[in-house]
Design a protein around this ligand. Structure first.
Ligand SMILES: Cc1cc2nc3c(=O)[nH]c(=O)nc-3n(C[C@H](O)[C@H](O)[C@H](O)COP(=O)(O)OP(=O)(O)OC[C@H]3O[C@@H](n4cnc5c(N)ncnc54)[C@H](O)[C@@H]3O)c2cc1C
Length: 327
């Protein structure tokens, strides 16, 4: 019988991503709701990745299945899906969680195929009902929320980053070394180059504060205004698709349905109208501040705080005030 709540931990260059702790804590909550089932993590990477396992134990993980293999670093869909599918098939968990992060989204498509099961993606809530997983996820670009139950096992779900709390709950975590089952001749993908974002830039999907600019910025040179505000707030800069399509910002900055889905504590939208496709990427932010000169802009329907004025007047003023507060 399928048993246990599993998750695939995420690490990059030997550092666990925040989503891994969110997955561990959520898996713990589900396992407790199932009457105290075991929480197990799959941790994949190059030599030395085993040293990260104890950190997962601090967030409620009972057992970490670790595969160390040079073919698992850097990440490729091919190698990670093969290794994860192998260990999951061998142990037959009831539930398998992943992050709805860039890497998690990439991996889950291949993994769900290999496991021939069902999956709820980009969930904002998960719970147990009648002994089975019940996942809640936005549908129609966030217009409504649907409840999804999965009839097969493992019941797979990916969790939207920054939505689920990471709660410390130390367990005597057991580490189990596993064979990744990789044949170098069969891993067809090879990473030739990794292009990194500017040093120190927090990824949008993990950012606590985001300052985003849209078409209202009027040109790439004006982003300096929101970069300054982002600088004093310790925020990451985002953009609407209009700004990206105009070539003002790189695609990696795009927030929305065809960009990144973000859930920061604070999202400041500057000169963004609030099209449904933009809202789909940021409406689960805890607090939304909109700065727009058009009082009818749809973004104000989602915003917790709205400022109707010229952003080129408001944003520098905000930067000045925040600087004063922090001094
Ligand atoms: C399939 C599909 C997928 C899409 N995916 C995405 C996506 O992932 N992300 C995304 O963002 N969009 C996406 N879009 C595009 C989306 O529909 C909108 O076109 C886009 O979000 C608009 O960007 P914007 O708000 O920056 O521009 P606009 O809608 O042109 O809004 C600009 C706003 O700036 C305000 N403004 C102008 N000057 C100032 C000023 N000086 N001070 C203050 N306010 C000012 C205006 O009042 C206006 O509200 C998608 C569209 C489609 C069809």
């Amino acid at each position: 019988m399928s048993k246990g709540v599993w998750f695939v931990a995420e690490q990059r260059e030997g550092v666990l991503r925040k989503i891994s702790y969110e997955l561990a804590s959520t898996a713990r909550k589900l396992a407790d709701a199932l009457g105290g089932e075991e929480v197990c993590a799959v941790l994949l990477g190059g030599m030395g990745v085993e040293s990260l396992a104890s950190q997962l134990g601090k967030y409620g993980t009972d057992k970490v299945f670790v595969a160390e293999n040079a073919l698992l670093e850097p990440y490729t869909t091919d190698a990670h899906a093969t290794a994860a599918a192998k260990v999951v098939k061998e142990h037959d968990p009831a539930i398998l969680l992943l992050g709805a992060s860039v890497q998690g989204k990439d991996l889950s498509g291949r993994l769900v195929g290999k496991l021939a099961t069902g999956m709820a993606t980009d969930c904002t809530e998960v719970k147990i009902a009648d002994g089975r997983l019940l996942a809640v996820r936005p549908m129609y670009a966030g217009k409504c929320y649907g409840e999804v139950a999965i009839a097969s096992n493992p019941q797979m779900a990916s969790l939207r980053p920054n939505v689920f709390p990471a709660i410390e709950n130390a367990k005597a975590c057991q580490v189990v070394k596993i064979d990744a089952g990789l044949d170098p001749g069969k891993v067809r993908t090879k990473v030739l180059e990794v292009q990194k974002d500017a040093a120190g830039k927090v990824d949008l999907t993990e950012a606590n504060i985001i300052v985003s600019g849209g078409r209202g910025m009027k040109g790439p040179e004006n982003y300096v205004v929101i970069e300054e505000l982002a600088g004093v707030l310790g925020a990451t800069v985002g953009a609407s698709r209009a700004a990206v399509d105009a070539g003002w910002r790189p695609q990696s900055d795009q927030v929305g349905q065809t960009g990144k889905v973000v859930s920061p504590n604070l999202y400041i939208a500057c000169g963004i109208s609030g099209a449904i496709q933009h809202l789909a990427g940021m409406s689960s932010s805890k607090y939304i501040v909109a700065i727009n000169k058009d009082p009818e802009a749809p973004i104000f329907q989602k915003a917790d705080y709205g400022i109707v004025d010229d952003l080129f007047k408001v944003v520098p003023e905000l930067t000045k005030e925040v600087k004063k507060l922090l001094a």
